[in-house]
Write a protein that binds this ligand. Sequence first.
Ligand code: TPP
Length: 378
Amino acid sequence: MRASELLENLEKMGIQTITGVPDSTLKQFCDGVQTYQGNLRHYVTANEGAAVGLAIGAYLATARPSCVYMQNSGIGNAVNPLASLANRDVYGVPILFIVGWRGEPGVKDEPQHVFQGKITCELFETLSVPYRVIDQNTSDEEMDEILTEAQKTLKQGDQFAVIVKKGTFEKEEPFGWENGNTMLREEVLGHILRGVSQDTVIVSTTGKISRELYEQSEKIYGNHDNIFMTVGGMGHASMIALGIANNRQDKKILCIDGDGAALMHMGALPFIAAQAPENFYHVVINNQAHESVGAMPTGCQGTDFAQVAAASGYRETSRLEKMEEVDQIGSRIKEKTGPVLWEIPVALDSRADLGRPKESARENKEGFMEFIKDSEEK
Ligand SMILES: Cc1ncc(C[n+]2csc(CCOP(=O)(O)OP(=O)(O)O)c2C)c(N)n1
């Protein structure tokens, strides 16, 4: 199936707005959305619930349904506005969902996708959202049938979901763009690791940042026990780091975030600032994109995270544009009182042969908890 054909069909259904958060299963679809020549308005929102909000507003203004796309990990973010606003027992707002299915039962996937994958269809059943599953064998006629069924449901003011299996969409011309930055994310992470003392507790965000940190740490130190990888729960790394910081004031805690993840639950910044944890340090690796899932630009490319953190009340913030400045992070953590945030602009590149953690998520949790245990407890 070609993304452009599906998008044309959505337009024929009266859809004018398409909004969501990118996904790896939907990478080809997302590339197609970026390069689509038709008349759809496209927005990448900060999180999936925000996309539902935008869809509700667009409906109120135009009486037309919108399309909301997401990875199934994002269903949780969408549930609140869906159940308590869009549902027919409240306002009855039609929305067409396109959902990438990671962790489909029987298909090998990463630990963070297994349970979410298992409950994906059940969740839509619970939400009273009828759905159909498509894959690479879905024919044009079958797709027409599905969209006719969707159209009927939308006309009644209800929502409909199309759940997309891996490999459904044909390869598109990738949406090529540059962000103008030159430092490579993986090199920046290596430099941070070399600079910080090994007893620093690191909490890293969802996606390739954690995978690159893992590999760099294994390469430099032969272990990764001081790193907690937030493999799922995108956007929550900084609150996890805060939870550790408040309970272990004898340790320095460094959260390594992505711009897309920081945007997803941006309320964490003023909250962290209000708690004023003196042992909390925050890095935002900013490539203006969701690089891990295909490099679609975030919808907030101009955001200056250093300024946002400063306005939120962080004790100190700055933007580090040179590797020599990145090298100073370790000594600054020693000298400075938190919360401090450093924004680091990086290019869009990543290695094609980047690996994944070899241990199970539970093993990694246990190694990490052993690492942060009080030395007296050990
Ligand atoms: C709630 C949720 N939505 C979407 C995803 C899919 N996803 C995984 S990593 C990622 C991109 C993260 O972007 P950013 O934080 O900027 O880091 P980058 O990949 O650019 O280094 C996305 C969208 C997810 N895991 N969870």
